[in-house]
Design a protein around this ligand. Structure first.
Ligand code: DP6
Length: 335
């Protein structure tokens, strides 16, 4: 048997955010979250097991990965090996088709693609649910990049399991994400470290306690394609998470002055009757969400704003999938 497989997964942008773990060991989040996969942004990863290797080796866009990032991938591979009852190490080649080092997290698409390629290469044929549950151990948000379209990560649905499932396919709603790139710095504090201090904010309890209400509002907004409702709950959720970040010990300020300028521009456009909203992850870049028919107008306005390095356009994306080495979709799983 050839122990090689290639998989592709999209990153995702959360309307209702994950920030803080309830159970760190089992990676159970403090609250459920809801996101949209964003295509054509994608990570394509090939995993090849080879009995000659003494440890897992990883390249990202052709560059050898070492240190903490390599360790994180190796720990995740250990988990896949345990599942398959194998001990063999692997060569992992991962490619992002979006610019690196511009503050766009690739851990969600990266660990989703790694989970699918790694398990397939070892002959495991996991259900979407099991694969999503597995991916969350690489990076929490990676579990939401396994199913397609609009996806909800369920906290603890049964027996301590936690996984994400699709609530609507990508074609359900023609939304676009105009990703406003404001910085090409590497973030000072990554999500994994940052969210460990979430509980130190006096606001985190209130954010988590209110999460079910926001999740329901977001579900309804998506199911009914109610943009105004989506905008209200998305901005509230992003602002709540950043309020927690800013009031944690030590405080985390991910916004740049220009991030706030973009948020204010979005509010002004809303005042003029445009359907547009914003959300920010653990970084300064602003995700400006709007129906696809507005993309031309809004992205042009965004590009003219001072400090804007680039605006990437994304639309709802499908699930993690097996592809051949050239990136073409494979219909069946690898043997
Ligand atoms: C702000 O999933 O990147 O993007 O599990 O430590 O890898 P780790 O964290 P990660 O955190 C995502 C945080 C967020 C919000 C979200 O996507 O829900």
């Amino acid at each position: 048997m050839k122990m090689i497989a290639t998989a592709r997964a999209h990153p995702n942008i959360a309307f209702i955010k994950f920030w803080g773990l309830e159970d760190e060991l089992n990676r159970i989040p403090a609250n459920g979250s809801l996101s949209m996969n964003i295509a054509p942004l994608a990570t394509t990863t090939t995993v090849e097991f080879d009995s000659d290797l003494k440890e897992d080796a990883l390249t990202l866009n052709g560059v050898k990965v070492t240190g903490e990032s390599l360790l994180r991938a190796q720990h995740f591979m250990d988990r896949i090996r345990r599942l398959a009852g194998e001990t063999v190490y692997a060569r992992i080649h991962s490619e992002n088709n979006f610019p690196m080092g511009v503050g766009l997290a690739s851990s969600a698409s990266g660990f989703a693609a790694l989970a699918l390629a790694g398990t397939t290469a070892l002959g495991l044929d996991l259900s979407e649910r099991a694969l999503s549950g597995l991916a969350r151990f690489g990076s929490g948000s990676a579990c939401r990049s396994i199913p397609g379209g609009f996806v909800e990560w369920l906290v603890d649905p049964m027996n301590g399991e936690s996984y994400a499932q699709s609530m609507a396919p990508p074609e359900h709603w023609d939304l676009a994400d105009c990703i406003v790139v404001l910085s090409d710095d590497h973030k000072a504090v990554g999500s994994e470290v940052g969210m460990r201090s979430a509980h130190s904010s006096p606001l985190q309890d209130a954010r988590v306690r209110d999460a079910d209400r926001r999740l329901e509002a977001c579900r309804q907004a998506i199911l009914k394609r109610d943009f105004a409702r989506l905008a209200r709950v998305t901005e509230l959720d992003s602002n709540l998470m950043h309020a927690v970040m800013m009031t944690s010990d030590p405080p985390l300020y991910y916004w740049h002055p220009q991030s706030l300028a973009v948020m204010k521009a979005v509010k002004a456009w809303q005042g003029e009757g445009l359907q547009v909203t914003f959300t920010l992850d653990a970084g300064p870049n602003v995700h400006v969400i709007t129906p696809q028919e507005n993309v031309e107008e809004i992205s042009q306005c965004l590009r003219r704003m001072p400090g804007v390095l680039d605006v990437l356009i994304a639309v709802p994306g499908g699930p993690a999938e097996l592809v051949d080495e050239t990136g073409y979709l494979r219909c069946e799983r690898y043997n």
